[in-house]
Write a protein that binds this ligand. Structure first.
Ligand SMILES: [Mn+2]
Length: 345
C-alpha cells in the first residue's frame, strides 16, 4: 500500500505534518507520497523529513484543490502501484485503521460517508442531474477524504477526472460554494453521481462509516451527537477529518467582538477530536500548536465539565448546533431545495 496526499495552501503544511506523524505512529511503514502545489518543495521536505516520505511537485497537474484527486490516483496506478490509499491532508489518524481496509478485497472501491448534515444525501439526485442512467442507489453521499483504489478502478477514475475537467463543472467551481447546485458542489458529488450510474454500478463500493470509522468534523455537529454517544461504547474512530474550517487557522485573535462566526468555529475546533488527537504530537511538529488547547473561556468550561474527554467535551456545542440546524431545516431556511438546486436569497 502506498498513501498519497496533496496540499496547495502554505498555511496548511501543519496538517500534512500531522498526517505523516500519525500514519507513522499508527500504521507503521507505509510509504507516503506528498504532492504539493504553490508550496516550496524544499520547505515541505524540511518539515516532513524524508523518512518514508516522498515529495512531488504537482504544479503540472491540470487541476487544483480537491479536483486533483483522480489525476493523482491515476498517476500512482500508472507508476505500477497495485493498491493506493488517498488520505486528505486535513485528516489525522487516531489509531490503526488497517483492519477496516483489510476486510475488503482490492476490487472494492473504499471511500467514506459524508458528514451528518450533507445536503440531499445519496446518489439518486446526483446521478440524475448529471444525466446518467441510474444503475443503483447509494443512500449517502460519498466523502472522498479517504479512498482506496486498485487498477480495477482505472475506468472510474478516468471518467471522474474527465467530468472534473468539463466546462459545466469548471464554471461552477469558479463560483462560491453557496451558488453551486448539489451535483456540482465538489469532486465527491461527481464521484457519487458516477458510482450510482449504470456504467459503474458493477464496481463494488464500501464506505467507511461516519462516526464509527471516521469522525467528520464539519461544524460542531458534523461529528454528530448520536455518533459521539455511540463512541462511549464502541471506541474512538481511527480516522479524524477536519473538514471545512481548519483548526490551526484559529486562535485568541478570533474574539466574539471581532467576528461571531469565526468565534463559534474557534470554539468547536478547540473542542474537536481533531485538536485532541493533533495535541499528541505537540512536541514533534515543530510549528505552533497552541490551537490544540482550549483557550476561549466557553471552550475551557466545556473541557473542564466533561473532564477533558475528547469526544464529550464538544457535546454541548454539538447539541446546540443540532437544534439550530434542525430548526433551520424545518422552516426551510437552507441553501438548497429538495432537488439540490440553490435557493435564491
Ligand atoms: Mn478534507
Amino acid at each position: 500500500m502506498i498513501v498519497c496526499t496533496y496540499e496547495d495552501r502554505p498555511t496548511a503544511l501543519i496538517g500534512l505534518k500531522l498526517l505523516v506523524l500519525s500514519l507513522r505512529r499508527c500504521v507503521g511503514d507505509w510509504p507516503v507520497m506528498v504532492f504539493v502545489r504553490n508550496i516550496d518543495v524544499g520547505e515541505a521536505r524540511e518539515l516532513l523529513g524524508d523518512d518514508g516520505v516522498e515529495l512531488r511537485d504537482a504544479n503540472d497537474l491540470n487541476s487544483a484543490g480537491w479536483n486533483v484527486k483522480p489525476a493523482i490516483l491515476t498517476r500512482m496506478l500508472d507508476e505500477g502501484h497495485g493498491r493506493v490509499l488517498w488520505v486528505d491532508s486535513d485528516i489525522v489518524v487516531a489509531h490503526d485503521f488497517r483492519p477496516l481496509l483489510d476486510a475488503h478485497g482490492d476490487e472494492v472501491f473504499v471511500a467514506t460517508q459524508e458528514h451528518r448534515w450533507g445536503m440531499c444525501p445519496g446518489s439518486r439526485l446526483r446521478t440524475g442531474k448529471w444525466g446518467f442512467e441510474a444503475g443503483r442507489e447509494l443512500p449517502v453521499t460519498v466523502n472522498s477524504g479517504v479512498m482506496r483504489v486498485s487498477p480495477s478502478h482505472r475506468d472510474l477514475l478516468d471518467r471522474w477526472m474527465e467530468l472534473l475537467e468539463s466546462n459545466e463543472y469548471a464554471q461552477m467551481q469558479a463560483r462560491p460554494w453557496y451558488e453551486r447546485p448539489a451535483h456540482l458542489l465538489s469532486d465527491q458529488d461527481v464521484l457519487t453521481a458516477l458510482l450510482g450510474s449504470a456504467e459503474f454500478a458493477g464496481v463494488p463500493v464500501h464506505l467507511l462509516r461516519r462516526g464509527r470509522d471516521i469522525a467528520q468534523h464539519h461544524g460542531p455537529s458534523g461529528f454528530s451527537v448520536g455518533e459521539r454517544l455511540a463512541v462511549l461504547f464502541k471506541g474512538t474512530p481511527p480516522l479524524v477529518h477536519c473538514q471545512g474550517p481548519k483548526a490551526w487557522d484559529y486562535g485568541p485573535g478570533d474574539t466574539l467582538g471581532r467576528d461571531k462566526r469565526r468565534y463559534y468555529e474557534r470554539l468547536y475546533l478547540e473542542l474537536s477530536l481533531y485538536s485532541a488527537v493533533a495535541g499528541r504530537y505537540r512536541d514533534e511538529v515543530g510549528l505552533p500548536m497552541d490551537w490544540t488547547r482550549p483557550s476561549a473561556w466557553p471552550a475551557r468550561l466545556c473541557h473542564a465539565l466533561m473532564l477533558g474527554q475528547p469526544v464529550l467535551r464538544g457535546l454541548p456545542l454539538a447539541v446546540f448546533d443540532t437544534v439550530v440546524k434542525s430548526v433551520r431545516r424545518m422552516v426551510g431556511r437552507t441553501h438548497w431545495d429538495r432537488d439540490g438546486e440553490v435557493v435564491a436569497a
